[in-house]
Design a protein around this ligand. Structure first.
Ligand code: PAF
Length: 302
């Protein structure tokens, strides 16, 4: 596996391969890789000829009171995981290379960034949009993979790529969970054993909301109340938000008549957990099944 620090060398490597017809896949990360990243990397490996993983803890997406300095940086382990998964190039730019003296451009995706995580972390998504734009400019991938765990981030990146005609295919990979349902995250290492024991309550609360939808309820208040009741069963969780939203715009819905995403964020002491579930109203689910039954069989390849 090649390790590259220089943005210029990164771009030269990628452009040379692409000129030869090689498909370049990209998984951007902040390191502290876990099995969720491993699954993303494996999924990417199957979809491209040459695979790049970036490891860059991006300072511009952290707020002043957030965990930038404590953020885990187990670089040797991260490189080992990348080697095990057949990554061709690990891109590890420095902060100075990413944000040289005089840097001043910021990318904003205001509507998607406004709510939920954006309310709690006001500069976060501008930092994400800017660094992803820069990384795409340096890596020049054909495809890039992001985890569904950060649903709002994935929605924002899809919008950004479409709005700026970046020509990168975005693939959002399902959340990888621990046995009890807790979504894997690099920040789970911050949880104490007591906090870890109840951390999956957020997922349980989303499941409770999804169950209400499955039973045919369209009323958002009923869905939210099922989610909140599950959280209230544990006294040490504080809710930042439990929301029922349009899956693309992330605007709050007043009823669930087709598809929706349930978004949740809670605090366990100083640790924040976020998670989400996409739900489909029973009627839409049935229509989709009927539609599939009546549509002509697809050819084996197109
Ligand atoms: O999801 C992450 O790890 C980061 O937000 C990303 C996309 C690598 C940008 O720094």
């Amino acid at each position: 596996m090649k390790i590259v620090h220089s943005p210029h060398m990164m771009t030269a490597w990628s452009l040379r391969l692409r000129r030869e017809g090689v498909t370049v896949g990209f998984v951007p990360t902040m390191g502290a890789l876990h099995d969720g990243h491993r699954a993303l990397i494996r999924a990417a490996r199957l979809r491209c000829d040459a695979l790049v993983v970036s490891i860059f803890v991006n300072p511009t997406q952290f707020g002043p009171a957030e965990d930038l300095t404590q953020y885990p940086r187990p670089l040797a382990n991260d490189r080992r995981l990348c080697r095990e998964e057949g990554v061709d190039l690990c891109f590890e730019p420095s902060v100075a290379a990413m944000y040289p003296e005089g840097f001043q451009t910021t990318i904003a995706v205001p509507a998607i960034a406004r709510r939920w995580e954006g309310e709690v972390r006001p500069h976060h998504f501008a930092g994400v949009a800017t660094v992803v734009t820069k990384l795409f400019g340096m890596v020049r991938p054909d495809i890039a993979l992001f985890g569904q765990k950060d649903y709002q981030q994935a929605a924002l990146i899809r919008r950004l790529v479409q709005d700026l005609n970046m020509g990168v295919e975005i693939i959002v990979y399902p959340t990888v969970r621990e046995k009890d349902g807790l979504a894997m995250s690099s920040r789970n290492v911050y949880l104490s054993p007591e906090q870890r024991a109840i951390a999956a309550t957020l997922y349980k609360s989303l499941r409770a909301g999804a169950e209400v939808v499955r039973k045919g309820t369209t009323d958002v208040q009923a869905i939210q109340s099922a989610m909140a009741t599950t959280i209230e069963q544990t006294s040490i969780l504080t809710v930042d938000y439990l929301a029922v939203c349009d899956p693309l715009s992330l605007d709050p819905l007043s009823s669930v008549v087709s598809r929706a995403v349930l978004l949740g964020a809670v605090r366990l002491g100083s640790v924040r957990l976020i998670d989400n579930l996409v739900v489909v109203a029973p009627r839409t689910r049935m229509e989709q099944r009927v539609g599939r039954r009546h549509s002509p069989a697809r050819p084996a390849s197109s």
